[in-house]
Design a binder for this molecule. Sequence first.
Ligand code: ATP
Ligand code: MG
Length: 650
Amino acid sequence: MSNTVHQVPSRLLDSSKCPKPHIDSFEKYKKIYEESIKDPQAFWGKQAKELLHWHKPFETVLTGGLEHGDVAWFREGELNASYNCIDRHALANPDKVAIIHEADEPGNSRRITYGELLHEVSRLANTLKSLGLKKGDTVAIYMPMIPEAAVAFLACARLGLVHSVVFAGFSSEALRSRIIDASSKLVITADEGRRGGKTIHTKKIVDVALEGCSTVEHVLVFRRTGSEVPFSAPRDLWWHEELEKHRPYCPPEIVNAEDPLFLLYTSGSTGKPKGVVHATAGYLLGAAITFKYTFDYQENDVYGCMADIGWITGHTYIIYGPLLNGATTVLFESTPVYPTASRYWEVVAQHKITQLYTAPTAIRLLRRFGNDYVKGHDLSSLRIIGSVGEPINPEAWEWYYEVVGRKECSVVDTYWQTETGSIVLTPLPGATPMKPGSATFPFFGIEPAVLEAETGKELEGNDVEGVLVIKKPWPSMARTVYNNHHRYMDTYLNVYKGYYFTGDGVGRDHDGFYWIRGRVDDVISVSGHRLSTAEIESALISHQSVAEAAVIGVHDDLTGQCVHAFCTLKPDQGGTDVSELVLQVRKVIGPFAAPKKIYISSDLPKTRSGKIMRRVLRKIVSGETNQLGDLSTLADPSIIPVLIDIVQKS
Ligand code: ATP
Ligand code: MG
């Protein structure tokens, strides 16, 4: 646990340099937070009226609760998500840029205004209507990072169709199982995708996925590269041919607050992905308010989230959050290292990005490449730099803060989940002191608690360790798992009755800061000491030659469990002696946490969103290589035999 505290950079509070933050002192944050917890219904009711447009106002703020899993927000209210994201802004300011598309090929960018977005979304919505799709039907979206993907989300929302976005790097099998689970009637896709200079055969993958899949009636194909692709009429339709037939205005289908807006499968870090269902109004409110305050959104900002639209981060913080606020959002099609490890910085400088949001895996990767790739790029437009997806190791945090942020930007380490819909723990950039590696404090209206894992007893006060739960419903929480409410109850609400269980371990330090320790499933217990994966991994990364680390608990006759670690090294550190790394952990944490074995490999098993899959490492080390579990979300399957070999030879 690092004790370094960084205050809000003075530049952010200097009105000659930066716009005045919405929340510009910690006292102000605390005051609003306390009000939001004391009377959540008053708080959320007021925010819902201010931040969303209602076609029919709600009367009740909240009914139901965590006990029975019957939560409903704003239940009489009616609204439309695409109206809220587009029409409001297209009416007031049609020429404002909604989306900047930064294509895979450097130097190719495209700007789409709110007015144009309304036209495109309307044409597509009219197309979908003409194909017979009706409110409540599910549509699979399997698209590259192009503006048409956003158009597809919003056209579904315009008609009350439920979108189920599948990350376009997934295999045919992963796509097929998601299409079948969601009973999707239509697939919206592209001929091909481009990423990091490589071509992805998107349409071909869809065709294989659809073999033996009876629910899908049509496949709508956008032409991204123009290459020849397999095409089978009448099932397959070209986007450009269909949209041309329809007029560029489509009235929004007004839906109930609790009607589903989308479903989305979790990353699969801990097991089989779950089809998480989000309700329209509550989700939109969570997206709008967290975007506004966490990224301190101001009128002239250019905001860039580097996630993929296939993940919840892309849903909430590339599309819904920014557009609800009328912001300009960057849609980035490429990778942080294409054509070089300077790509992010070139994009920031070119578009004058004010908020950059990415994941620890990308930050660690760029840190591994070294500072030269960052230097020489004008990053002065940045005010806020964010991280999401995994605990960020303090060493990587400091690098981000100093080298990218030049100590002049607030770092927002945002903790949340597919199921929470929007950010639940985060600093606010103009208000919250930062501790590297801590997601700091709860967002407004979120009441976290720390429970003792075994007994479920609530641990009050500071300096406590346990599991992270949330005590009261919040608007953007998932309402169910698609067609599997039982699984929803058992995973989130029945574990500790009356609480929402996150599945993550947490510490609340002497100052009340929250520290995510990693998955409860991954916690390691050595001679009765409960060790956090995040803490040991951060100790390893603090050694100058380590780029990434993953630790797991392995059965040990003497101590119950012992620690094994997998590390990747920075370039030219091949000669590093593993005993040095063991020493590093003894020094930083203590002898009891010292890894019994360290394996050096070229990569770690990660989900396609870049999260380390420790469950796979556990199986490899215990020799259960024929029971690796669901690998559909694994980014690079070729690493598995390599890791098995390393472990067997050790
Ligand atoms: P699955 O639920 O299928 O195992 P997943 O939990 O990885 O997959 P997501 O919903 O994408 O799916 O990820 C949420 C999880 O990511 C959190 O529960 C937490 O473990 C981790 N996480 C996200 N942001 C942070 C953060 N800022 N700090 C620490 N951990 C984070
Ligand atoms: Mg999860």
